[in-house]
Design a protein around this ligand. Structure first.
Ligand code: PEP
Length: 254
């Protein structure tokens, strides 16, 4: 696929896979995808598998991501993990503000922005998620919600940092539901987000930011969605848990 920005496809394994299962999957992905150069490929295992998976990705074209991190670097924050700790395992990306964390852990835009700043300070690339619920879409609020989340979650980032940030538009109604936004719906919101980035930063900055789509991406729909001009990759949940489907998503997007 000939794109203005390099595609980035990330697999969010969520709270799945033992270390042994994670190793099976990463080894299979290395075998199948080891020669792919035109797409940045990221896997985001649970924290418990980061150390072992890292030993497999370190000399490969596959990059490691975490699913969350603390806004603090270290200290008395029981149960939290800081950016420096992720760096120990050669983690390069970190998913922030996923809708499941916004919903279940009540993460706010301000918290996501604090985490994004902490990620950049540690040279991690945040993948910042935004997206509306079904009720918000049906109420005609998609752009308003996406604007509030984007402005709030990127608050305080410099131009240089935002260029090194990946955004993920993930309509909540499409996550894990089998319902996918049409490619036209995805493109419309992605173009809106890019226009927002122009107003928040400037045109050259906005043109460099990669915006992934997420929400029931599968081998059968990846190519059409990713061929949209403002869609620069995918954040994949369910279909990233299985070698065949994740490999096909990448190969269908080349
Ligand atoms: C996600 O959790 O980010 C996601 C997009 O999940 P799924 O692909 O399963 O909809």
């Amino acid at each position: 696929m000939d794109k203005e920005r390099k595609l980035i496809v990330a697999g969010n394994w969520k709270m799945n896979k033992t270390v042994a299962e994670a190793l099976d999957l990463i080894r299979a992905l290395k075998r199948e995808l080891g020669s792919v150069k035109d797409i940045d490929i990221v896997v985001c295992p649970a924290f418990t598998a980061l150390s072992d998976v890292s030993k497999e990705t370190i000399d490969s074209n596959l990059r490691l991501g975490a699913q969350n991190m603390s806004e603090h670097n270290y200290g008395a924050f029981t149960g939290e993990i800081g950016a420096g700790m992720l760096r120990e395992f050669s983690v390069k990306y970190v998913v922030l503000g996923h809708s499941e964390r916004r919903q279940f852990q009540k993460e706010s835009d301000a918290l996501v922005a604090a985490k994004a700043k902490a990620a950049h300070a540690a040279s991690l690339i945040p993948i910042v998620c935004v997206g509306e619920t079904l009720a918000e879409r049906e109420g005609g609020l998609t752009n308003k919600v996406v604007e509030t989340q984007t402005r709030g979650s990127l608050a305080g980032l410099t131009r240089e940092q935002v260029v090194e940030t990946v955004l993920a538009y993930e309509p909540v109604w499409a996550i894990g539901t089998g319902k996918t936004a049409t490619s036209a719906q995805a493109q419309e919101v992605h173009a809106f987000i890019r226009s927002l980035l122009v107003s928040m930063f400037d045109e050259p900055t906005a043109r460099r930011v990669r915006i992934q789509y997420g929400g029931s991406v599968k081998p059968g729909n990846a190519r059409e969605i990713l061929s949209q001009p403002d869609v620069d990759g995918a954040l994949v949940g369910g279909a990233s848990l299985e070698e065949r489907s994740f490999v096909e998503i990448i190969k269908n997007s080349l």
